[in-house]
Design a protein around this ligand. Structure first.
Ligand SMILES: NC(=O)c1ccc[n+]([C@@H]2O[C@H](COP(=O)([O-])OP(=O)(O)OC[C@H]3O[C@@H](n4cnc5c(N)ncnc54)[C@H](OP(=O)(O)O)[C@@H]3O)[C@@H](O)[C@H]2O)c1
Length: 294
């Protein structure tokens, strides 16, 4: 990274969700390289172990299926001790319409609700930062469809993805506000990788789209390692609360990490609070810290 000093994370623990693939394994590699013990939270433990074998440093593989709130609760219940960094990285993109185990639209359920529940269930252990990986495609969502978050009757794969990634942004905004209200030193931030060559683009039901994205991955995309840098930046550099980091070149698609711009909808504090209340209701998980008395 340009002119960036990476901290020594020896003695610190990080959790990376979706750590078996793409940006997740690269984020794991970098954090482990800085000395952190990284818990690789994955839905398929065998795939997680295979990925862990490619990482130098201290790692541990644990099962977490973000599309199943019982699995999220089980992961959190087993947690003991301090957690310096929680990296909410896992995600699905532009998949055919489907439901999570709890009946939520899968992209909103996995990308947002699963991480919402995980974060709040682990928050009392977190000592450093919560970084949530969003996407520049959050800009495609004009807002959250509060009356129909599952997009019943109006589902399109990219509409649902964009909404879930806007939800990641609003979650970060409201989490930061709540942490500050509680007088917590923990910082919430978001990141996006620009366009990085991973398996993310391989799940579309359209062969044409899959083909175009495979070509795009080869020609335009940056490496998964470069795509992980904005997350490392948000996790380790001196950034403000609710910061959003992304690559600084080519309209935010490639290059060294820096603070990035976001859509107007991603700054909407009222929508952020409304999404929080809705997410608490849907998951049954609430913010665990108390507001500081005035
Ligand atoms: N690549 C890009 O250009 C790009 C651009 C913008 C944003 N992003 C964001 O970057 C993040 C990482 O994606 P990637 O590009 O690295 O894609 P990827 O290689 O497909 O990795 C996605 C990871 O998420 C995991 N995952 C999916 N559903 C899960 C669930 N229910 N529970 C637990 N883990 C689950 C996957 O596990 P399996 O291997 O078991 O499927 C995989 O480890 C995502 O949040 C994505 O939205 C990526």
């Amino acid at each position: 990274m340009d002119a960036v000093t990476l901290p020594d994370l020896s003695g610190r623990t990080a959790v990376v969700t979706g750590a078996n693939s793409g940006l997740g394994v690269e984020t794991t590699r970098m954090l482990a390289g800085m000395g952190a013990r990284v818990v690789m939270a994955v839905r398929d433990v065998d795939k997680g172990r295979e990925a862990a074998d490619t990482v130098r440093g201290e790692t541990e593989v644990r099962r977490l299926d973000l599309a199943d709130l019982a699995s999220v609760r089980a992961f959190a219940q087993e947690w003991e001790g301090d957690l310096h960094l929680l990296i909410n990285n896992a995600g699905v993109m532009a998949i055919p319409e489907s439901r999570t185990r709890d009946g939520f639209e899968t992209q909103f359920g996995t990308n947002h609700l699963g991480h919402f529940a995980l974060t709040n269930l682990l928050l009392e252990h977190v000592t450093g930062r919560v970084v949530t990986v969003s996407s520049s495609l959050h800009r495609m969502a004009p807002g959250i469809d509060f009356d129909n978050v599952d997009l019943v009757g109006r589902y399109t794969p990219y509409r649902a993805y964009a909404q879930s990634k806007l939800a990641n942004m609003l979650f970060t905004l409201e989490l930061q506000r709540r942490l500050m209200d509680a007088g917590s030193p923990v910082l919430a931030a978001a990141s996006h990788p620009g366009y990085a060559a991973t398996r993310l683009q391989s799940h579309s039901s359209s062969r044409i789209q899959r083909g175009l994205l495979a070509v795009g991955n080869r020609i335009f995309a940056q490496s998964a390692a470069a795509g992980a840098l904005p997350t490392i930046y948000a996790a380790t550099q001196d950034v403000p609360g609710a910061a959003y980091a992304g690559p600084k070149n080519l309209g935010g698609q490639r290059g060294a990490p820096a603070l990035a711009g976001r859509s107007e909808a991603a700054w909407d504090g009222v929508a952020a609070q409304r999404l929080w209340t809705l997410s608490e209701r849907l998951t049954g998980v609430t913010f665990p810290l108390r507001a500081k008395p005035d």
